[in-house]
Design a protein. Structure first.
Length: 134
């Protein structure tokens, strides 16, 4: 069946759309663009090179999700980001994410899992995933 709509973007609520857009631009590349040219804009879009766009919407009363709590304020959604196929590439992605303000949520059993869980500066969970070849 042919599509009747086209995917546009993923939108994240956050207290500071400029700061969160800058965080993801640092991880994924691209340049954030505000709806209005000032720093008070409530809507910022990041056109991710080779990927979907991510938009950031100001939510003054934003309460970050708690991972992995399903009973209260669960993660709602998360982003999976390919970090590389070697531990060297994954370590570089880890270091970059931390330098940009990410917080590790689950780094246990790293050698046994194909992903590591972090929170972005607004508290949204995301995973740095190992790319499997084969």
């Amino acid at each position: 069946m042919p599509a009747v709509v086209r995917f546009r973007s993923v939108v994240l609520d956050c207290p500071d759309p400029h700061a969160l857009a800058a965080f993801y631009a640092g991880l994924l590349g691209g340049t954030p663009h505000a709806e209005e040219p000032d720093d008070e804009s409530d809507w910022v879009v990041l056109e991710v090179p080779g990927g979907p766009r991510i938009a950031f919407q100001r939510a003054a009363d934003h309460v970050p999700p708690e991972w992995p709590r399903a009973d209260r304020n669960s993660q709602q959604f998360h982003l999976d980001l390919d970090a590389g196929s070697t531990w060297e590439e994954i370590d570089a992605a880890h270091d970059r994410a931390l330098a940009l303000g990410a917080r590790p949520l689950d780094l246990e059993d790293r050698e046994k899992k194909d992903f590591q869980v972090y929170a972005d500066p607004a508290g949204h969970p995301f995973c740095l995933c190992r790319i499997e070849h084969g």
